[in-house]
Write a protein that binds this ligand. Structure first.
Ligand code: MG
Length: 382
């Protein structure tokens, strides 16, 4: 790739793949990672997984798939402006939510609950597990065998307790080093994407209103700007003009501040980036604060809206029932899942519960609903 800054991730400085492979002929290593992610089954399932609104509630809302594509778009723009590796950024963005359960956070919280005695469940760790172990596509290795840098970026956080089991990709949580700049920026691109598109989806659903949002600086400023420039504009176009400005303000702030930090700290290569003791991709303090207030607004008024919560209650029942049924009758799990190589310790109870968690986590919203209906119908007959 041309015009990369010295501190960008490159094929030459990559820590490589767990299973050695010949380099691709016409692609970079990170392009190959991105391509493997796009061809994976877990990626296709993102289309039918809830972001905030359950997939069948409306065709216009974001799903995990469109969310991930929006994150990739934002992340690539930032990467290009900072002369960082766009391909790596795109790979991380497209993979960052692969481990999400059906029904969004409601699904993850319940599955974590169910797995409490067996090591818990965390979607971010699960994303890494999907690309490292659960995808079955290649003859010579399990998973997608992605580069270290893609895996490092996918693993956004990890407890000190769980880090040692993850080998090299877990060490930064023990020795407090930083991931690549590409990973840092993709993490923030994720925030920019959901903060902005949840405003759009929230308004579309009618669960939040422009009046309520006017308390929030990040919304109010662009809203006043648009109203002044286009007084007669209809609501849909007005909202879009506001949301695109919200994204732009955050992206520009992030690029400007990060450019300054990079000039100040002058990392010479990716190892310097890892060892510098702080992240170099950041928002300005004001933007960080504005971001935070939008986040808490959305938490209070959208994610905890009674209508969203009622979906949460249904999701909890479905996940809990599926978990109980599979615990009692592991043979209900499709035989393909059980035959996976990582499932060889089926006699061991923790091994079995992990297979169950993997199976439930991999479900789309509608598959989980259908499985639940199928099993409860069978239960009633029995
Ligand atoms: Mg995300």
């Amino acid at each position: 790739m041309e015009n990369l800054a010295p501190y960008a991730a490159t094929d030459q400085s990559s820590k490589g793949r767990v299973y050695q492979e010949a380099s691709p002929q016409y692609r970079s290593e990170y392009q190959r990672d991105r391509d493997r992610i796009i061809h994976s089954a877990a990626f296709r399932r993102l289309e039918y997984k809830t972001q905030v609104f359950v997939n069948h509630e409306g065709d216009l809302y974001r799903t995990r798939l469109t969310h991930s594509i929006e994150v990739a778009q934002i992340a690539r723009s930032i990467a290009r402006a900072l002369q960082l590796n766009e391909d790596l950024t795109e790979a991380i963005a497209l993979a960052h939510d692969l481990g999400h359960t059906p029904f969004g956070h409601a699904g993850q919280d319940k599955l974590n609950d169910c797995m409490h005695k067996y090591g818990g469940f965390e979607h971010n760790l699960q994303s890494l597990r999907v690309v490292d172990k659960l995808e079955e596509r290649y003859a010579e290795f399990p998973g997608l065998n992605l580069t270290f840098e893609s895996r490092e970026g996918i693993l956004k956080h990890c407890s000190v307790k769980k880090a040692p089991a993850l080998n090299e990709v877990g060490t930064r949580f023990l020795n407090k080093t930083q991931p690549s700049l590409e990973a840092q920026l993709t993490n923030l691109a994720d925030e920019i994407a959901y903060n902005s598109h949840d405003v759009d989806d929230g308004l579309r659903s009618g669960l939040i209103t422009i009046e309520q949002l006017s308390e929030i600086t990040l919304f109010r400023r662009p809203y006043e700007e648009v109203k002044k420039a286009y007084p007669g504009l209809n609501e849909r176009r007005t909202i879009h003009e506001v949301v695109r400005r919200m994204i732009n303000h955050q992206v520009v702030d992030l690029i400007d501040i990060s450019k300054g930090l990079l000039q100040e700290h002058k990392p010479e290569n990716i190892e310097d980036v890892r060892n510098i003791g702080q992240t170099l991709i950041r928002f300005s303090p004001t933007m960080k604060e504005d971001n935070q207030s939008l986040k808490s607004f959305l938490r209070q008024n959208l994610y905890r809206h009674p209508q969203v919560i009622s979906m949460t209650t249904k999701a909890h029942t479905i996940i809990q029932d599926l978990f109980n049924w599979f615990m009692e009758n592991p043979e209900l799990i499709s035989s393909q899942e059980i035959q996976k190589e990582n499932a060889s310790d089926l006699t061991d109870s923790i091994g079995t519960t992990r297979i169950i968690a993997d199976y439930i986590a991999g479900m789309t919203d509608r598959y989980a609903i259908a499985e639940h209906q199928k099993i409860s119908a069978a239960e009633t007959l029995a």
